[in-house]
Design a protein around this ligand. Structure first.
Ligand SMILES: [Zn+2]
Length: 106
C-alpha cells in the first residue's frame, strides 16, 4: 500500500465504482499518438469491473483509431481535465516505450 503516488487525488477517483457514484465525475481516455479522445461511460465500466478496479496509473492500447500503436491514458475532470497517473508511472512508461522502440530499430 502507498507505493503509488499519483499526487493528491480526490477520494472519488480512486476506483471506477467511486467515480461512477459521483454524478459530477467525468473521465476521458486520451491518446497522444493519434490525438483522439473519448469520454468513458463510468456506469458501463463499473458494471464490468471489480469494486477495487482503478484507472490510476493505468494505460491501455489505443483503440480510438484503427491501426494506432499508441496508448490511451485517463484523465478526470475537476475544473479542467487532470492526469490520473503519477510522474513515477509516466517515467516507467517512457522507459518501456524507449526499450520497445530500440528493439524495433534493430
Ligand atoms: Zn491512438
Amino acid at each position: 500500500m502507498g507505493a503509488k503516488s499519483p499526487g493528491i487525488l480526490p477520494s472519488w477517483v480512486k476506483t471506477v465504482h467511486a467515480m461512477a457514484a459521483e454524478p459530477a465525475c467525468h473521465v476521458r481516455a486520451i491518446c497522444w499518438t493519434c490525438k483522439e479522445h473519448r469520454d468513458i461511460d463510468l456506469q458501463a465500466l463499473a458494471a464490468k469491473v471489480d469494486p477495487d478496479y482503478s484507472l490510476i496509473d493505468r494505460r491501455s492500447p489505443c483503440k480510438l483509431t484503427d491501426g494506432c500503436k499508441g496508448w490511451v491514458k485517463f484523465m478526470y475532470l475537476m475544473g479542467v481535465y487532470r492526469h490520473l497517473w503519477s510522474y513515477e508511472r509516466a517515467a516507467i512508461w517512457d522507459a518501456r516505450d524507449r526499450t520497445a522502440e530500440e528493439k524495433h530499430a534493430r
